[in-house]
Design a protein around this ligand. Structure first.
Ligand SMILES: NC(=O)c1ccc[n+]([C@@H]2O[C@H](COP(=O)([O-])OP(=O)(O)OC[C@H]3O[C@@H](n4cnc5c(N)ncnc54)[C@H](O)[C@@H]3O)[C@@H](O)[C@H]2O)c1
Length: 299
């Protein structure tokens, strides 16, 4: 359905799918900006954890005088959770932020679409998967976009807006307004594997893992070299742990498959860490071990 001239795409309620690192940050930012937010996850435990974490993060903002106590309370009141995906059907905007696996995302949209209002805009926070392909599995490719937030969402300024081949102008314009309302800055990217940020960042992280794999440096020397030698605020291995090594590997696979160039081949050591379940901060261990007081390099 093409929006008629002058028809308002007024977005008031937002459904967030996935209550992980990204989902909770996205819910936080939208609730603070005045939107009603419903978060869905298949894991009740992750939903509970997300609400606790949002509360903590909002408290920290109050302590730092970034927001008032009333703003924090208002934001918390606007957030609800559900383990029933179809409860998101009546929202105006859906942001899918579930695990970075295409089959998971496709199944989510398939289940949700029959329950949506015709005007609902569908988006995915995917770091790398084709927006055009995800859109084509829904009933509204013209109302489907990539809406790529950066981690941690409450702090990072950038949002990448990615139009699929069929995305229409009213949808794009509606998201530009949403980005303004949540106080962030948009960069538009074309729909090619990993878009802009991860197309550049992930090969660097992957190369840092190769540098470790080949014994050119250890975890500490690689991170120190990049922090002190190139003024990066975090070393690449520290950053990989922060992003999640499963997500990093998934993005490298999308680059490798999508661009069919061996320069994107994932480092076997990255695969090994993922196979071990050492996914970074979120599991307590990755290139660093986070289970003690201070992070300890694992190599
Ligand atoms: N981590 C990052 O730095 C980062 C940055 C930008 C974008 N992203 C993207 O955001 C998305 C989520 O990443 P994350 O880091 O939050 O992952 P995460 O592992 O922290 O969280 C994923 C959540 O999705 C839930 N989930 C899995 N299947 C589901 C389903 N069928 N229905 C509902 N929920 C489901 C899981 O239970 C989990 O809570 C991915 O697409 C990722 O590429 C991640």
């Amino acid at each position: 359905m093409v929006a008629m001239k002058g028809q308002k795409m007024d977005i008031q309620s937002v459904g967030v799918i996935g209550a992980g690192q990204m989902g909770n940050g996205i819910a936080h930012v939208f609730a603070l900006a005045g939107y009603d937010v419903v978060i869905n996850d298949i894991s009740e435990e992750n939903l509970t954890k997300a609400i606790t974490l949002i509360g903590k993060n909002l408290d920290r903002q109050v302590q730092r005088e970034k927001i008032t106590a009333a703003e924090r309370d208002g934001a918390m009141d606007r957030i609800s959770t559900t383990s029933t995906l179809t409860d998101l059907g009546q929202t105006d905007l859906v942001i899918e932020a579930a695990t970075e696996r295409e089959a998971v995302k496709v199944a989510i949209f398939k289940e949700l679409v029959p329950h949506l209002k015709p005007t609902t805009i569908l988006t995915s926070n995917t770091s790398s998967i084709s927006i055009t392909r995800l859109a084509s599995g829904t009933d509204r490719p013209e109302k489907f976009m990539g809406f790529h937030f950066m981690n941690p969402v409450p702090i990072m300024q950038l949002v990448e807006l990615i139009r699929g081949i069929a995305t229409d102008e009213p949808t794009y314009n509606a998201l530009v307004k949403v980005v303004e309302k949540i106080g962030k800055i948009a960069a538009s990217a074309e729909d090619f594997p990993a878009f802009i940020v991860n197309r550049i960042l992930m090969p660097m992280i992957n190369e840092a893992v190769y540098t470790l794999y080949e014994g050119v440096g250890n975890v500490s020397s690689i991170d120190s070299a990049m922090k002190l030698g190139t003024n990066h605020p975090m070393g690449p291995l520290e950053l990989a742990d922060f992003i999640g090594l499963d997500t990093c590997l998934a993005i490298m696979n999308v680059l490798h498959d999508g661009l069919a160039d061996t320069k994107y081949r994932p480092c076997p050591l990255l695969t090994k860490y993922v196979e071990a379940g050492w996914l970074g901060r979120k599991t307590g261990r990755g290139f660093y071990d986070y289970r003690g007081e201070t992070p300890v390099p694992t190599r």
